[in-house]
Ligand binder design. Structure first.
Ligand SMILES: [Zn+2]
Ligand SMILES: [Zn+2]
Length: 158
């Protein structure tokens, strides 16, 4: 049930953003549109890096270079469509931008890269408090926790 709600929300936010962009006179190029669709189509896995996006587009018969994917991602982050995530040192991951109240956070294993998502109202509260104190308006509060997952801990002990 929770998952369905989240998917519904993702789809709506993409539609909503498209609407805004069209009103503002931006046009989503078909390539950017296809990239957005990848995020919407993904099941549980909705964090993608540029290489994975390139791979998936290639599987769909889309002829697009990795550098074009990088540029498109950069533009979409600036437009507020996608959120850039610092999940790994060597590459950036992206996900659909969600409203502050529906934001989730990430717990990442530094060895195997496994990503767990969690929600925590306290993080939103603290962010709200801090921004308010300083007269900011809150746009985004992403929290990333790095650790070693149980499986990798086992590997290290044995
Ligand atoms: Zn691990
Ligand atoms: Zn996420």
């Amino acid at each position: 049930m929770e998952t369905n709600l989240f998917r519904e929300h993702e789809r709506n936010s993409a539609d909503f953003l498209k609407e805004i962009l069209n009103k503002e006179g931006f046009r989503l190029t078909s390539q950017r549109q296809k990239i957005l669709e990848l995020f919407n189509a993904e099941g549980g896995e909705h964090h993608l890096c540029a290489e994975e996006i390139h791979q998936k587009l290639a599987e769909q018969g889309e002829k697009i270079s990795v550098s074009t994917v990088y540029r498109a991602l950069h533009v979409m982050v600036n437009l507020g469509l996608l959120q850039e995530l610092e999940l790994a040192e060597e590459r950036k991951y992206y996900e659909l931008r969600s409203p502050v109240l529906h934001q989730h956070h990430h717990l990442v294993c530094v060895h195997c890269g496994e990503v767990n998502e969690f929600e925590d109202a306290i993080i939103t509260q603290v962010s709200g408090h801090e921004t308010q104190e300083r007269g900011f308006s809150l746009l985004n509060s992403q929290f990333t926790v790095y650790g070693i997952c149980p499986r990798c801990q086992g590997r290290y002990i044995n």
